[in-house]
Design a protein around this ligand. Structure first.
Ligand code: ADP
Ligand code: ZN
Ligand code: ZN
Length: 732
């Protein structure tokens, strides 16, 4: 007897066991990676076969049989089963949650979600069957004659023929229906032409050659140094060898331009994995990768799970970007997953950035990653000059507006030359909050423990965590005062103030609010690039990947925003953001300039950023981290509990915390820090949140993490969600 080890699809359950099922004699035995239907209790549910064996430890009579095989494909490759086990161990995830990441959501549920094209052809033995056709059935005979001539009735022609005649002929065996999958192909409309590879510069050529067949590489290149061209040629090289490739880009920079460049260069060979696609499109793109029609997957974080065999290279662009560490369940670190896949396929992993994360650069120092540098811009232009403006000085001089005098005069200069400017701000919305001047009341979301953000065009207060909308305040609900103060500024307010200063200049705004509808992104960018002079005001969204030849001025309205978050990565994020935003200026033959506004101009990060001194900044940061014992010299762990009942959440946190205290007692040298508290945002979407945060010495850290996982298991309860994050990108 053959036994299949099956992971069952039970939603929201703590079941994470492998169940044994016997494979009926009538079924093919080679079922690894197949989806199957199995009896489970009184129900029938779906599952994934992850292993095969000859005997089971369970009582033979107790083992049930697989009911049927779903679909006729091995949808989960052996590599991915191994990856799921790796992730399960490393991140303490359920196997089923990992497996779910690997296949499109539409594949689950018993239905086949392909769109089929219906076509008709003559049966092989139609001449024989023809005798059954009534000589007077004119419509049927017409069809036969048509098919004898054209061989096929294509799907778009089917409607030209009588449905009943087709049906009859099919019944008689004269014609046969042919089903072929019709694949939806996103982005087809953006194709304009072919993109020919550039002739590489000497430096690019060296970079291309330095990337070997395996190993991990960091492509450290300033903005505009031609990294994308190098990526594309690395990919071409692998495709020519018959291999496949994955290219990851942060979701925010997965813009139509970037996709277009890839589509134009590689055509049908590229499949896109992107949250902007419909579920159907995503399914079809997945399928094209799966069946080998597409060989290159380009997408955000989740594209790392692309169903590709025979990988030749994995590329992670903007590797420092926070979005590579997933902040929703199941939580994983994309770099580690990519490294697993690269090792498994014995191929290379290429990270690229103008501002590598400190941890990554440290791996260059320790020899784990090989460094490749692109130190100059392709066009030979200097990077734009960054000028630091002290905003406290502005206030002292009587200017308390959003714009320094320097920025205003630079804007005037820019417009006079018929050029364009970009103003960057981290916050969307009008003001960051609404506060009562009399009693200090701040409007908060009813479901989340966060202040609401005022959106002027809608005249609503919006929760940026759950999206709920509330009426704007006119009166304080606590004390009745009508003195409502607006807090820090958002993009909407910048636009409003700017309109007053420059009534005749077109102003465009790009943030989460203005880009909700399909193609909105593209429309704004098109409109902006076609008008001169003009200003584009935006959030992070404009920081990346855009190539506007006429932008000569970049203004950073409030560079400090990132620094106020008390996260050890804040300086590195600020440095990266300034570099990215500045990189938008002066990309063509025109010189670019940057005006950086700050209330703390003496902060070291500004000086390093203004001089584009990454290495200087890195040295300073790494020494600081060493001295204060932050990653990479330690490991931060957050155990998070969340649930609707505050008492139970607190209880379970306490149960877990007590267990961890025991671990600490037995391993006193491992813990640098340990504390349990309410989370800084203590409620999101009506769920209360408590957390245990610890900082661990790296020696023996794997063991301690294992023990912490066990502690979590002891505190597990159905009504409470518990998960662990390693070096989380935020602990709010
Ligand atoms: P990065 O990704 O490093 O910021 P890009 O790849 O966007 O840089 O390159 C900047 C610009 O230089 C792009 O417009 C690109 O088409 C162009 N470019 C890249 N490589 C070459 C080359 N070898 N010759 C000419 N132009 C190039
Ligand atoms: Zn909310
Ligand atoms: Zn009040």
């Amino acid at each position: 007897m053959m036994i299949a080890e099956v992971i069952v699809e039970v939603a929201n359950s703590e079941v994470d066991k492998v169940f044994d099922y016997s494979i009926p004699n009538s079924m093919s035995k080679n079922l690894i990676g197949y989806r199957v239907l199995v009896p489970f209790g009184k129900r029938k549910i779906e599952g994934y076969v992850v292993g095969l064996k000859e005997t089971s430890n369970y009582d033979k009579n107790g083992i049930k049989e697989i009911i049927s095989v779903l679909g006729n494909e091995q949808v989960i490759l052996p590599e991915m089963i191994n990856l799921a086990s790796f992730m399960k161990e490393k991140y303490h995830l359920k196997m089923v949650d990992c497996l779910r990441l690997f296949i499109p959501s539409q594949m689950r549920g018993e239905k086949d979600k392909h769109i089929y094209k219906k076509e008709y052809v003559l049966s092989e033995d139609y001449l024989e069957k023809l005798k059954y056709v009534n000589k007077n059935a004119k419509k049927q005979l017409e069809i036969v004659i048509y098919l004898q001539e054209k061989a096929i009735i294509e799907s778009n022609k089917v409607k030209n023929f009588s449905a009943s005649a087709l049906k009859n002929l099919e019944k008689l065996g004269v014609i046969t229906q042919k089903l072929s999958v019709s694949l939806r192909k996103p982005m087809e409309n953006v194709l304009v032409g072919n993109s020919k590879p550039h002739v590489l510069t000497e430096i690019q050529k060296k970079a291309l050659n330095d990337v070997g067949e395996n190993g991990v590489y960091l492509l450290h290149g300033v903005t505009g140094s031609g990294k994308t061209e190098v990526y594309m040629q690395i990919i071409s090289r692998e495709i020519n060898k018959g291999k496949t490739a994955i290219m990851l880009v942060p979701e925010i920079s997965l813009t139509p331009q970037v996709l277009r460049i890839f589509k134009e260069r590689f055509g049908e060979t590229v499949a896109i994995i992107h949250s902007g696609l419909s579920l159907g499109e995503r399914y079809d793109e997945w399928f094209r990768l799966f069946n080998g029609e597409a060989k290159i997957a380009i997408g955000a974080r989740s594209a790392i799970f692309a169903p590709l065999k025979n990988l030749g290279v994995v590329i992670i662009d903007e590797e420092h970007d926070g979005s590579y560490i997933s902040e929703s369940n199941p939580r994983y670190n994309t770099f580690e997953v990519a490294k697993f896949r690269a090792n498994y396929n014995d191929c290379s992993l290429v990270l690229g950035s103008a501002t590598p994360s400190i941890e990554t650069y440290y791996k260059v120092e320790t020899g784990e990653i090989k460094l490749i540098e692109l130190p100059t811009r392709i066009n030979g232009k200097q990077l734009p000059k960054i000028e630091i403006i002290d905003m406290l000085g502005e206030i002292r001089a009587g200017n308390s507006t959003l714009f320094s005098r320097r920025l205003i005069s630079k804007l005037e200069e820019c417009f006079a030359k018929n050029k364009q400017a970009i103003l960057f701000l981290n916050r969307r919305g009008y003001t960051s909050f609404m506060m009562c001047r009399e009693c200090g009341y701040v409007a908060k979301c009813s479901d989340c423990d966060v202040s609401l953000v005022y959106h002027k065009t809608e005249n609503r207060l919006i929760c940026h965590y759950c999206g709920k909308k509330f009426k704007a305040l006119t009166k304080c609900p606590d004390c009745g005062s009508s003195h409502i103060k607006e807090g820090a500024v958002g993009t909407e307010n910048v636009v409003y103030q700017l309109e007053k200063l420059f009534p005749n200049i077109p102003i465009y705004r790009m943030d989460n609010d203005t880009t909700k509808t399909k193609n909105a992104h593209q429309k704004i960018l098109n409109a902006f690039s076609n008008s001169k002079p003009a200003v584009l005001v935006g959030t992070q969204m404009i920081a990346k990947g855009h190539d506007f030849p006429d932008v000569t001025l970049v203004g950073i309205i409030d560079a400090d925003q990132n620094l106020y978050q008390s996260h050890y990565k804040s300086p590195e994020r600020t440095f990266a953001l300034i570099t990215q935003v500045s990189g938008r200026a002066g990309r063509s033959e025109f010189e670019g300039e940057v005006v950086l506004q700050t209330y703390s101009p003496k902060k070291y990060v500004y000086n390093f950023a203004a001089n584009y001194d990454y290495k200087g900044f890195y040295k300073r940061e790494i020494n600081l981290r060493k001295a204060t014992k932050f990653p990479p010299f330690s490991t931060i762990l957050r155990v998070m509990f969340s649930g609707e009942n505050e008492e139970i959440v607190k209880q379970q946190t306490k149960v877990c915390f007590d267990e961890i205290l025991l671990i600490k007692k037995q391993n006193p040298n491992s813990f640098i820090y340990l504390d349990a508290t309410k989370s800084p945002i203590s409620r999101i979407k009506q769920k209360f949140r408590c957390q245990i945060v610890m900082r661990l010495n790296n020696e023996n850290v794997e063991n301690i993490i294992e023990l912490v996982y066990n502690a979590c298991d002891k505190a597990r309860k159905k009504s409470v969600l518990c998960f662990v994050e390693i070096n989380p990108s935020s602990i709010s």
